[in-house]
Ligand binder design. Structure first.
Ligand SMILES: Nc1nc2c(ncn2[C@@H]2O[C@H](COP(=O)(O)OP(=O)(O)OP(=O)(O)O)[C@@H](O)[C@H]2O)c(=O)[nH]1
Ligand SMILES: [Mg+2]
Length: 307
């Protein structure tokens, strides 16, 4: 490893649904943080580690920051989620604030407020460039943004890579400039700090977010109860927690169809992650009030985030 090798931490923050997890997965080249079209998909802080010849960047993907002024956002889980995101700004080398090409919303401005006393460089990412008729349409937004805050850099990107100039490579070059010279902090083949067991529970939760309607995904959680990596295969059992009996019926669906589809899709993603055949058994359990109960959140792995 050369003396000029760079190593550092970069937090990605922004309002829910901006595309933070999509960008991190794109950079790492694997689904380590789940994504969906619904806001507040990410609930935990998740590290994604990129290593190449010049640098190692540890990305911190955070839950979308939302306003707690809205009554529906006042549950314990939502307060924990906001705290997780905001506390992830401390001690990193750069912060990427992500908004979208549709412009500054009230939610974005709320996140910007959290950066008021931030002493590390803040790089503004303008995501979803593909939604613009022409790339040039982003120019007025860049001008407007530079008046709002003293951003170290402004980088328009397209996390899903749907435009030719998606700028992700440029972003990596920009970030390198903000990292200190230091040897790598993680093994070069390590891509996250989270265990396979945790990632599997997230892959199940992703399907709940993608396949269930309206409010229901927010009232569910997943706990892996059995996880055995065997020769060439894996045996996994997981409980899906719901708040009430009527939710249980919806997750299972008519003749078990919904649960079957959730299981099939999650199993395929688990097979890609674990690189082996996976047997996945899902059970739906009613645990009323879990999302507002600190003890339940603790047992679901929000322990670090509850401190
Ligand atoms: N059109 C378009 N959609 C995108 C782009 N990046 C992400 N998305 C979509 O935006 C939605 C939200 O993406 P996520 O990565 O889950 O967003 P997030 O910011 O992590 O959201 P939270 O975890 O809820 O805070 C998903 O449906 C993505 O496919 C992009 O560049 N263009
Ligand atoms: Mg996310």
């Amino acid at each position: 490893m050369s003396d000029s090798f760079k190593f550092g931490f970069v937090t990605i923050i922004g309002k829910p649904n901006a595309g933070k997890s999509t960008l991190m997965n794109r950079i790492i080249g694997q689904k380590i943080s789940i994504t969906s079209h619904r806001p507040q998909t990410t609930r935990h802080r998740i590290l994604g580690i990129h290593t190449d010849d010049q640098k190692q960047i540890v990305f911190v993907d955070t839950p979308g920051i939302h306003s707690v002024l809205k009554k529906s956002n006042r549950k314990t889980i939502n307060r924990v989620i906001n705290k997780t995101a905001i506390s992830s700004i401390d001690g990193v080398d750069a912060v990427c604030l992500m908004i979208t090409a549709s412009g500054w919303s009230e939610g974005d401005l709320h996140v910007l407020q959290a950066l008021e006393d931030c002493t590390v460089p803040v790089i503004l990412l303008i995501n979803k460039l593909d939604k613009l008729k022409s790339i040039n349409d982003v120019l007025p937004l860049i001008a407007e943004s530079s008046k709002l805050y003293d951003f170290a850099e402004i980088v328009p990107v397209c996390a899903i890579g749907k435009v030719v100039a998606d700028n992700v490579d440029r972003l990596m070059e920009v970030l390198e400039r903000y990292l200190p010279s230091a040897p790598a902090g993680f093994d070069e083949d390590q891509i996250t700090d989270r265990s396979f067991r945790f990632l599997v529970s997230e892959l199940v939760r992703e399907q709940l977010f993608r396949r269930l309607g309206d409010e229901l995904p927010y009232a569910t959680a997943v706990e892996v109860t059995d996880f055995q990596l065997l020769d060439g295969k894996a045996q996994i059992g997981a409980d899906i927690w719901v708040e009430k009996d009527s939710h249980k019926a919806m997750v299972i669906g008519k003749a078990g169809e919904a649960l079957k589809n959730i299981g099939t899709a999650a199993r395929k993603n688990c097979e890609t992650l674990l690189e082996r055949k996976v047997f996945l058994e899902l059970f739906v359990k009613v645990r009323s009030g879990w999302s507002d109960n600190a003890r339940d959140l603790y047992s679901l792995g929000y322990d670090e985030d509850l401190k």
